[in-house]
Ligand binder design. Structure first.
Ligand code: ATP
Length: 364
């Protein structure tokens, strides 16, 4: 069992750099949590506080029911896998994996059993007598994970473990990590700046920016219902299209105007706006590239000139401008749309997002 609770955790370096501010989270036993965000957002600092490698400036950290703010790393029953693998170059794979157990004075037979068992799980049995220099990047990564597995920890912490691998290997290892989590039935906290990794690995993801948590939710929820404009654009490739617009009332009904061009708001969204008593105001309208249709000319459609189209296999990305904003549309490749074509597009109104212009908060 290992649940982890963060209560108002803050980290301030050198009395002035606020790295993490008011971090609150309850991680359930066996949950896979991903901390994600751009460089410098505080994700590594958060992970290092859990490991006991960084002092907590204020707040409380619990592992299970026990407060561990000042517990030594070795007493936390946690194993960490680092981005640079941190293998001992002069030791064999076997000795690298056994090292942590030896210094804990575990019996030789028990150590052997654990190392062989971990090597089997990771499919590296034939590498046990090699030195790290004779391993590929992917193999080194497995050894680094193996060294964590043998400890049989309550919690696995992983800091960008795949960032030194090429794209193909990264995809493969991602799938391996999902399997590993299922097999080990342990709590995982995983740090990455890569939103694809976050979306595919996490039961829940914590999106951070400038030391502040922006949203904590399942990948699906984050994608479909982003808390704010930052989350909306951070998650999803290509990113959500955003436009300035006016939310206005006409005949007691909400309606949107993009540069004077009116578009309807779906009944579902009208209800939410009414319920929240949202006042007419300047807003940012978001729509994902897959939620824009190439359509007939209608009173609601927009006519645009295609700047460029990119073939992506069975889909294509169409780049254009809507008023002064860049817009990307995902369409079927068979439509064969090319640069300089004139097309009509319309938005799937159920899939529109509305953000407050000043704060970026989701209005829906
Ligand atoms: P990256 O993806 O680049 O590793 P991150 O999201 O993991 O970034 P952190 O490494 O946690 O971010 O850093 C958060 C903030 O704290 C940054 O502004 C960073 O410069 C600062 N910081 C990190 N470590 C220290 C330190 N030892 N002393 C002073 N400031 C630090």
């Amino acid at each position: 069992m290992a649940s982890i609770t963060f209560k108002n955790i803050c980290k301030i370096y050198d009395k002035e750099v606020v790295a993490v501010k008011d971090f609150n989270l309850e991680i359930q036993d066996k949950e896979f949590i991903v901390l994600v965000g751009p460089s410098g957002c505080g994700k590594t600092t958060t992970l290092r506080m859990v490991a006991g490698l960084e002092e907590i400036s204020s707040g409380e950290l619990y592992i299970d029911e026990k407060k561990v703010n000042t517990a030594l790393p070795k007493d936390r029953d946690i194993a960490m896998v680092f981005q640079n693998y941190a293998l001992y170059p002069h030791m064999t794979v076997y000795d690298n994996m056994a090292f942590g157990l030896k210094i804990r004075k575990m019996k030789k037979t028990e150590i052997k059993e654990r190392v062989i068992n971990a090597a089997k799980i990771l499919d590296i049995e034939e590498l046990l007598q090699r030195k790290p220099r004779a391993l590929s990047g992917g193999q080194k990564q497995r050894v680094a994970i193996g060294r964590a597995i043998v400890r049989n920890p309550k919690v696995f912490l992983m800091d960008e473990p795949l960032s030194n691998l090429d794209a193909k290997l990264r995809n493969e290892m991602r799938a391996e990590i999902i399997k590993l989590h299922k097999k080990l039935q342990t709590t995982f906290i995983y740090v990455t700046h890569d939103q694809t990794e976050a979306m595919t690995l996490g039961d829940r993801i914590v999106i951070m920016k400038d030391g502040f948590v922006q949203q904590i939710a399942s990948p699906q929820e984050v994608y479909n219902n982003p808390a704010n404009e930052f989350v909306a654009t951070f998650v999803g490739i290509p990113q959500m299209n955003l436009f300035d617009a006016e939310l206005i009332m006409e005949d007691d009904e909400y309606i949107l105007a993009l540069n004077g061009h009116k578009i309807n708001i779906s009944d579902k969204h009208k209800k939410i706006l009414k319920f929240k008593d949202i006042k007419p105001q300047s807003v940012r309208v978001g729509i994902r590239p897959e939620n824009i249709m190439i359509s007939e000319k209608t009173p609601e459609s927009f006519e645009i000139n295609v700047d460029m189209s990119e073939l992506m296999g069975h889909e294509m990305l169409i780049h254009s401008k809507l008023y002064n904003s860049h817009i990307i549309i995902k369409a079927q490749s068979r439509l064969n749309i090319k640069a300089d074509d004139k097309i009509n597009i319309s938005f799937m109104t159920d899939e529109l997002h509305l953000f407050e212009k000043e704060t970026g908060h989701n209005l829906l």
